[in-house]
Design a protein around this ligand. Structure first.
Ligand code: FAD
Ligand code: SF4
Length: 521
């Protein structure tokens, strides 16, 4: 028999390795292991979501007739390395568990689907066949729309890799929102319609609530017992943990939020963490939903006149455009990508990223969402917590570690290009032709945060000035050599040059003072 290993982010019934195995002859293994759960201090809700979704998925596979071996976190392996101190799960790796089951079952080969993280794929490719002493068959992960090879082919001969052109290829490939070879509505991108502030015009619909069953309860208890030192809390655990629940979340979004997704995509509001976003990234990334089924449902809503084109196009672009594009960039540039520091940042991450207490209202709102829900929407990540790290010159690897730790949807292949590339501009600009640096004016335009803030968004040079304002101009000035000749930044440098010199000096002095006391904001 062959043993198929299914990883925590491979919970799809259509998975390539499942298709390659035979339920009558072969067996499957799923494993909760300490090494994977703690190599980063993942948010408690992420661990709970994955362990519970794995347990539910294993039960579904058994119902379909598969023989499934399930290694729970506190199970012990006889004869494996790693001992178990009283009450503490042994620090097993996936390899330990796999070795044990291969031996016990007398497997003739191990079958896997290629994994999402370079770190683990290296271990699989370089160490597992020898350590296991048997053949290892690794199948391509075809849940993505664009394979790694296809992305590499697309990059050949291009001076610049523009997401917009890649996205058009994906539209043609999938046929989504296409009239033959032309985009529906006559244009590829309706982003210019999608920049509204939210002032309560459309009522917000609460998040879907799921009935948490015995499996969920057991897992929540397990996570509380062993991971309470990890970031976040469990008291607002609202995630679904089965495919049916993930589908219900998708339907909830399509019915109640998709119609306004476009208009309010960039909006932020005090006390609201979801607005009109879908909250499906954790399900897409662990395999409970697949990108194409999600896009087809959104397209159907447009065809049935239940959602306008600007919203549906904007949503589909995030999935077949951005999501596939960042994955392509990741595999194109790993492993060196993770070490880049193109702006030579040297400052450590301020402590409030971990405890959430700061007088900057925009930041404290995003931290509150993050710790309470293991979620923050894209603009909160990009233009608030990310923007601040960019302006303050935080070491990219420290802010990347933070994003990888605190979100339920965080996986290296998607987090790293978004943080290191899009936010920190540390890769020289694959994900944006100019850095997404912005002053407090942007946050004030797109939210009501500034009204409730200790700092004044109106000024940049005073003791109570918005830190984003002062740091923004400091960023512009200190990176003049890199960006002055960027055509998309000419206006900004012109405005800076036109400013009176004493004002410039006052702003820079205020910024220096903030940078010297970053932990005290
Ligand atoms: P929606 O706003 O409803 O968008 C729909 C879907 O589009 C998302 O579920 C997601 O699958 C996809 N999507 C949208 N934007 C992106 C993007 N830039 N890159 C990839 N997919 C995208 N997304 C992750 O899935 N995992 C991460 O670890 C992650 N880290 C990020 C870190 C930073 C610093 C930034 C700026 C963005 C990050 N993103 C990440 C992208 C994006 O913020 C999340 O996908 C989105 O907020 C998830 O919420 P949602 O499902 O409500 O998304
Ligand atoms: Fe954030 Fe500045 Fe607005 Fe305060 S004033 S909420 S720090 S942008």
């Amino acid at each position: 028999m062959k043993l198929g290993l299914i990883l925590a982010d491979q919970l799809s019934h259509t998975l390539a390795s499942l298709r390659a195995l035979n339920p009558q002859r072969d067996a499957l293994l799923l494993a909760e292991v300490m090494e994977e759960a703690s190599y980063v201090a993942h948010h408690q809700q992420k661990i709970a979501l994955l362990f519970s979704a794995m347990r539910h998925f294993a039960a579904e596979l058994r119902q379909q007739g598969w023989t499934v071996y399930y290694h729970a976190l506190d199970d012990t392996l006889s004869g494996a390395s790693g001992s178990r101190a009283s009450g503490t799960p042994a620090p097993y790796s996936l390899q330990d568990v796999l070795q044990h089951y291969c031996r016990e079952l007398g497997a003739e080969a191990v079958v896997v689907t290629e994994c999402g993280e370079h770190r683990l794929q290296q271990q699989i490719d370089q160490h597992w066949p020898q350590a296991l002493g048997m053949e290892l068959q690794c199948y391509q992960d075809d849940r993505f729309i664009c394979s790694q090879e296809e992305f590499q082919r697309w990059t050949k001969g291009r001076k610049q890799l523009r997401m917009e052109y890649f996205y058009r290829e994906m539209r043609r490939k999938t046929g989504l929102l296409m009239d033959d070879d032309q985009p529906v509505g006559g244009q590829w991108n309706f982003d210019q319609d999608n920049r509204k502030r939210y002032n309560g015009e459309v009522p917000l619909v609460p998040r879907l609530m799921h009935q948490h069953d015995d499996i969920d309860q057991q897992v929540l208890k397990l996570v509380q017992q062993h991971f309470s030192h990890h970031p976040g809390r469990l008291d607002h655990f609202l995630w679904g943990t089965t495919r049916d629940q993930a589908l219900a979340e998708l339907d909830h979004f399509i019915e109640h939020r998709l119609p306004w997704f476009g208009h309010y995509q960039d909006a932020m509001k005090t006390g609201e963490h979801t607005l009109f976003h879908s909250l499906i990234s954790p399900y897409l990334n662990c395999g409970l939903l697949t990108p194409l089924e999600v896009c087809h449902k959104a397209e159907q809503a447009y065809l049935n006149n239940r959602a306008p084109l600007n919203a549906v196009e904007g949503f589909i672009r995030q999935i077949i455009g951005w999501r596939e594009y960042v994955r392509g960039i990741y595999w194109l540039h790993m492993p060196d990508y993770g070490e880049l520091n193109g702006l030579n940042n040297q400052r450590p991450l301020p402590e409030y990223y971990w405890h959430g207490n700061t007088r900057m209202k925009c930041m404290s709102e995003c931290f509150e969402n993050t710790f309470r829900h293991a979620y923050a929407h894209h603009i909160q990540r990009l233009m608030v917590t990310g923007n601040f790290a960019l302006l303050a010159g935080i070491i990219p690897q420290q802010i990347c570690d933070w994003y990888l730790a605190v979100y339920a949807d965080a996986y290296d292949w998607v987090e790293l290009p978004n943080t290191l590339g899009m936010v920190m501009h540390a890769d020289g600009g694959y994900l944006g032709s100019k850095p997404y640096a912005a002053s407090g004016n942007y946050i004030n335009k797109m939210s009501d945060y500034c009204k409730h803030c200790h700092y004044s968004v109106k000024t940049a040079e005073n003791d109570n000035s918005c830190p984003f304002n002062s740091l923004y101009w400091h960023f512009i000035q200190r990176h003049r050599p890199q960006f002055e000749r960027n055509p998309r930044m000419t206006m900004i440098y012109r405005s800076w040059s036109k400013m009176a010199e004493d004002k410039q000096q006052a702003i820079l002095a205020r910024a220096e003072q903030l940078l010297d006391n970053l932990n005290d904001l």
